[in-house]
Design a protein around this ligand. Structure first.
Ligand code: SF4
Length: 326
């Protein structure tokens, strides 16, 4: 039988992060989530040209993960084929530059997801959450309907694609709704085994300046992290973005069950007012509290055996470079 300490910390005192570069294929999006300042309305979007993508890659040779984070194009839009072709081209560019792409571009058809899964060792899509608070935030975001998100997680499982999902927290949801969302994720994991990571992302207000989590908000989230660790199968990593927690409070989040800090770039395109700590700063704070910060690839090691052969080969090559990452 597993001990209680294993249940609370299945990954021991090791905390992982992924040296990452974020590329935004487009910030145009047909959804209109009420909290989003990333989105531009169609017609005013910025589209990433191949030369700019190549320059971004060249500027960050230490980033082994290329996060392709895109605004969404309506499934019936005439623009969709060109947008999707751009996602494939950027994935190939990332691979050709010796990195691994991880795409998060909203719901995908079965065919689209299968095609991206041949080039991306892992894909991502937030579940967001259950209940009326999310329904209100997403009243004008049809792709964020719960049935759509759950269908995507199911589809990724059927395709055998390692997957990162997560919950947006602190938007007025109830504890019972949080637990229900976690139970759904646990059931999906028990069925398919593909959920490598669940992000527990505190919602933070937009603005010129960061609004740090208050002690009350931290206490609330610590309880949720413990709940998540108890509900989700032990192989599922629990992530929180380190720029959304006060650095001094991060060890408490780890003690509650967080074991991963996600992809870390020099900035955060979704929450630009919240600066990313450097890996050196993180390492120093965590080491003082007895945690070891360790770099990883976008696909966690437990899912490498799931990868198509070319991606598995690239993962093995890149793993030998991880040791050199600070
Ligand atoms: S789907 Fe993403 S990019 Fe689009 S409006 Fe919502 S949060 Fe913003």
């Amino acid at each position: 039988m597993k001990s209680d300490s294993f249940r609370a910390r299945p990954f021991g005192r090791c905390v992982t992060w992924s040296p990452s570069l974020t590329l935004v294929p487009t910030n145009g999006c047909f959804n209109a989530c009420s909290y989003c300042s990333f989105r531009r309305i169609p017609g005013q979007e910025q589209v990433l040209e191949p030369a700019a993508a190549a320059a971004g890659l060249a500027a960050r040779p230490e980033a082994l993960e290329v996060l392709l984070l895109s605004g969404e194009v309506h499934p019936a839009s005439q623009e969709r084929p060109a947008w999707f072709a751009r996602l494939l081209a950027l994935s190939r560019l990332a691979l050709a530059s010796g990195r691994l792409p991880h795409t998060n571009a909203g719901p995908l058809s079965l065919r689209e997801m299968a095609a991206l899964g041949r080039l991306n060792p892992s894909l991502g899509l937030m579940l967001e959450g259950f209940g009326p608070a999310y329904d209100a935030l997403h009243a004008h975001a049809p792709s964020k309907r719960l049935s759509v998100r759950l269908g995507q997680l199911e589809q990724a499982g059927r395709l055998g694609i390692p997957f990162t999902t997560g919950l947006l927290l602190g938007v007025g949801e109830r504890r019972s709704e949080r637990l229900e969302a976690l139970e759904w994720l646990a059931a999906l994991q028990r069925r398919w085994g593909h959920i490598q990571e669940v992000i527990l992302q505190p919602w933070r207000p937009d603005g010129e300046q960061a609004t740090p989590l208050s002690p009350g908000e931290q206490a609330d989230l610590l309880g949720l992290i413990s709940d998540a660790r108890a509900i989700l199968p032990p192989e599922v990593h629990l992530q929180t973005p380190p720029n959304l927690w006060p650095l001094s409070a991060l060890p408490a989040a780890l003690a509650a069950g967080i074991d991963d800090l996600g992809g870390i770039d020099t900035g955060d395109v979704i929450n630009p007012a919240y600066p990313q700590p450097s890996s050196q700063a993180l390492s120093a704070v965590l080491a003082e509290a007895g945690w070891q910060l360790t770099p990883r690839l976008c696909v966690h090691r437990g899912w490498w055996s799931w990868l198509p052969r070319p991606l598995a080969g690239q993962a093995r090559v890149l793993a030998s470079r991880l040791a050199a990452v600070g």
